[in-house]
Design a protein around this ligand. Structure first.
Ligand code: IMP
Ligand code: MG
Length: 185
């Protein structure tokens, strides 16, 4: 695929009502599962992977009646105008003091698996009481470059480049309220 070609926002894959409904369900399910895991005793820390998870996590946590804190981590995997994964790079530091906590890692999409496997291994090094991984979107297993399974998935989508609801192309379109295919022309 071209690095700098023309593009436009194409077909809507998931409209905002479907997103809202699914995010509400996911928040409730996560809260239930965390409760079954032992509740918020010891502490629940949500770690959204920025920048892509920013819209999703803002909606998700408002459907989670759980005592929690947020610890942000920034990872870039698509620097610039490209739709090809360049691998995951952590910017800055991971939240500290995760030992004994129940950690929920939240990302916009599971694609090659590189981002989530890097973040998950670093989180596990701190010996948390538990780790759950929650993604809004999941591309098919064939997209994986490293094996990775998420515990909570909003929608399975085809192996297409998508934008909106936090997902970007070259930094743009994160503010679209729906999830749409990006068409390279
Ligand atoms: P992975 O490391 O390849 O699994 O990619 C995860 C990250 O790549 C996500 O957090 C997104 O920021 C980005 N990404 C992967 N697929 C897409 C896409 O279709 N549109 C926009 N960003 C994507
Ligand atoms: Mg991202």
């Amino acid at each position: 695929m071209s690095e700098q070609g023309h593009h436009r926002v194409g077909k809507v894959l998931i409209d905002k009502d479907r997103i809202a409904q699914r995010v509400r369900e996911m928040g409730a399910e996560l809260a239930r599962r965390l409760d079954a895991d032992g509740g918020s005793a010891g502490g629940v820390v949500l770690i959204p992977i920025l920048t892509g998870a920013v819209v999703f996590v803002a909606d998700l946590i408002r459907h989670m009646p759980v005592k929690m804190s947020l610890g942000l981590v920034t990872v870039s995997s698509y620097p610039g105008a490209t739709v090809e994964s360049k691998g995951a790079r952590i910017r800055g530091e991971l939240p500290k003091n995760l030992g004994g906590k129940r950690v929920v890692i939240v990302d916009d999409i599971l694609d090659t698996g590189q981002t989530l496997s890097v973040v998950t291994s670093l989180v596990r090094e701190q010996n948390p009481a538990g780790v759950r991984v929650c993604v809004l979107l999941r591309k098919p297993p064939l997209a994986r470059k490293v094996p990775f399974e998420a515990d909570h998935v909003g929608f399975d989508i085809p192996d297409r480049f998508v934008v909106g609801y936090g997902l970007d192309y070259n930094g743009y379109y994160r503010n679209l309220p729906e999830i749409a295919e990006l068409e390279l022309t």
